[in-house]
Design a protein around this ligand. Structure first.
Ligand SMILES: [Fe+2]
Ligand SMILES: [Fe+2]
Length: 136
């Protein structure tokens, strides 16, 4: 369980860096909205990372400090597509992790992971709708 939560933590730390970096890199007439949209996600991902780090320590583990690599993206569309892929992956990952936590017998962890499924699927749906009518 600890090893899997550490994988999730690395992804969340990566997501924080991804959103901060993409917010800086957004260009063009939609820069203000895109930048704000990316930055608004940082607090959620940071909250997820904090929960995971705390839970790993509570279970007797050592939280990773090494983030996953941020996918390279140049254009606004590439950044949005990378974000959509990451959020879909996170939704799938936490769905599976909640099942593992159920088997592990930690109801509090199940509930929190299911909360995170809701957050990540919300991020993913929002991003999908932005991309739906994206010019170019
Ligand atoms: Fe997250
Ligand atoms: Fe997210």
């Amino acid at each position: 369980m600890i090893a899997h939560l550490n994988k999730d933590l690395a992804a969340e730390l990566g997501a924080v860096i991804q959103y901060i970096t993409y917010a800086a890199k957004a260009t063009g007439p939609y820069r203000p909205q895109l930048s704000e949209f990316f930055l608004a996600e940082v607090a959620d991902e940071q909250g997820h990372a904090q929960f995971l780090a705390n839970k790993i320590v509570a279970l007797g583990g050592e939280p990773t400090t090494v983030p996953d690599k941020v996918p390279a993206a140049t254009t606004n569309r590439e950044m949005l597509e990378a974000v959509l892929a990451a959020e879909q992956e996170a939704t799938k990952g936490y769905t599976k992790r909640a099942e593992e936590a159920e088997e592990f017998g930690d109801k509090g962890l199940v509930v929190q992971l299911e909360d995170m499924v809701r957050d990540e699927s919300g991020h993913s749906e929002e991003t999908e709708r932005i991309l739906r009518d994206w010019p170019l």
